[in-house]
Ligand binder design. Structure first.
Ligand code: OGA
Ligand code: MN
Length: 293
C-alpha cells in the first residue's frame, strides 16, 4: 500500500491512509510518520486496530512514556494506559458535577498537555475506544499557523518572554474544589519561553495552555488578558480542526505547535479515549523553551 495524505485543515494536519499502525516499528513506517508529524503537526489514522500494547509501543517510538502517577504507584503496580473517560469503576457514567466530570470539563479549555511538568510532552496519541452519538469532538488549533499570521503588534507583546504554567490553574477555572486535589499540586510552577522553534524545520509556534497564568513583564490581570487575546487569535475557526470520533480512530498531535480541547456531550453517554503522552527529549528542541532559573 502507498501512504497518502489528505489535509484536515488548509494550514495543518493530515489524515494518513495506507498505513496499518499495528505494522509500525522503528524501522518500518515510523520514519515516515515522524516526518509527517514534524511537517503537519497533527495526524489522523482512521479505523485502526491498535491494542493497548501497540499503543504503548507507538508512543515509545516518539519518546519516553509520560507517567504522571509514578509517585502514587505501589511497588509491583504497573503503568496503566491513561483513559480520558466518564466511565466509573462500577461501569456507570459520572454525574455532571462529579469531580471526574469536572476534570473532563477542564479539558474543554484550550491547552497543550503537560506544560506544567518539569519535562513537558511532545505528543498525545489518542485512540477512540467508546464514542458518543452526539458531541464529544476533540478540537485542535495550530499555534504555528496562527503565530505565522498574527499581527506584529500582538506578537511583540509576547515575543522573547517567558510564561509560567501550573496544573491547578486550569482546574481552578472550572472548580476551586477540583484545583485543591493533590494530583493537581504535585509539581512546582514551570517557566517556558512563549515561542517553541521546531529544531527540524525552524518553524516557530506559540507555546500556550490553559495552565498558563503569568507572562513575564505583566501582572496577573494583564497576563490573563493577554493570554486570552493570544488564545482567541490562535483558536479562530481558520486554524482549527474538529474531530468527530469513531471507534478505532487514532489522532495524534505535536504539543509544541498545537493546542487542543474536548467539547461537551450528553454526560449519560459513556465516552472513553485512551491517551498516551510521550515526553520531549533534547532532540525535540526543549532547549528552545528552557529559561535559565
Ligand atoms: C487529552 C484531552 C480532550 C478530549 O486527552 O489530553 O484534552 O476530547 N482530551 O477528551
Ligand atoms: Mn489534553
Amino acid at each position: 500500500m502507498t501512504i497518502q495524505t489528505k489535509p484536515l485543515n488548509p494550514h495543518f494536519g493530515v489524515e494518513v491512509t495506507g498505513i496499518a499502525l499495528s505494522d509500525v516499528t522503528a524501522e518500518n513506517l515510523f520514519p515516515q510518520i515522524r516526518a509527517l508529524f514534524e511537517e503537519h503537526s497533527a495526524l489522523l489514522f482512521r479505523a485502526q486496530d491498535v491494542s493497548d500494547e501497540k499503543h504503548l509501543e507507538l508512543a515509545q517510538l516518539f519518546g519516553p512514556i509520560e507517567d504522571r502517577q509514578a509517585d502514587e504507584r505501589k511497588p509491583g503496580e504497573k503503568f496503566e494506559i491513561p483513559k480520558v473517560s466518564n466511565v466509573q469503576e462500577d461501569g456507570t457514567t459520572s454525574g455532571e458535577m462529579d469531580l471526574k466530570t469536572l476534570n473532563l470539563k477542564s479539558n474543554f479549555l484550550w491547552h497543550s498537555d503537560s506544560t506544567f511538568l518539569p519535562v513537558p510532552s511532545l505528543v498525545n496519541i489518542l485512540i477512540g475506544r467508546v464514542v458518543t452519538t452526539e458531541g464529544g469532538a476533540t478540537e485542535l488549533a495550530s499555534t504555528r499557523a496562527a503565530w505565522a499570521m498574527m499581527p506584529e503588534d500582538l506578537k511583540e507583546k509576547v515575543r522573547g518572554r517567558g510564561i509560567w504554567h501550573r496544573y491547578s490553574h486550569s482546574r481552578r477555572k472550572i472548580s476551586p474544589e477540583l484545583a485543591k486535589l493533590p494530583m493537581f499540586n504535585k509539581w512546582p510552577d514551570q517557566h517556558w519561553n512563549a515561542i517553541w522553534e521546531n529544531p527540524v524545520n525552524g518553524r516557530e509556534a506559540l507555546y500556550l495552555a490553559s495552565h498558563a497564568f503569568r507572562i513575564d513583564g505583566y501582572d496577573e490581570a494583564e497576563s490573563e488578558a493577554l493570554l486570552a487575546d493570544l488564545t482567541a487569535f490562535c483558536t479562530q475557526p481558520a486554524f482549527v480542526y474538529s474531530h468527530r470520533w469513531s471507534v478505532g480512530d487514532v489522532l495524534l498531535w505535536d504539543q509544541r505547535a498545537v493546542m487542543h480541547r474536548g467539547t461537551p456531550w450528553p454526560y449519560e453517554q459513556p465516552r472513553t479515549l485512551s491517551s498516551i503522552c510521550s515526553s520531549v527529549t533534547e532532540a525535540d528542541g526543549i532547549d528552545r523553551i528552557r529559561i535559565p532559573a
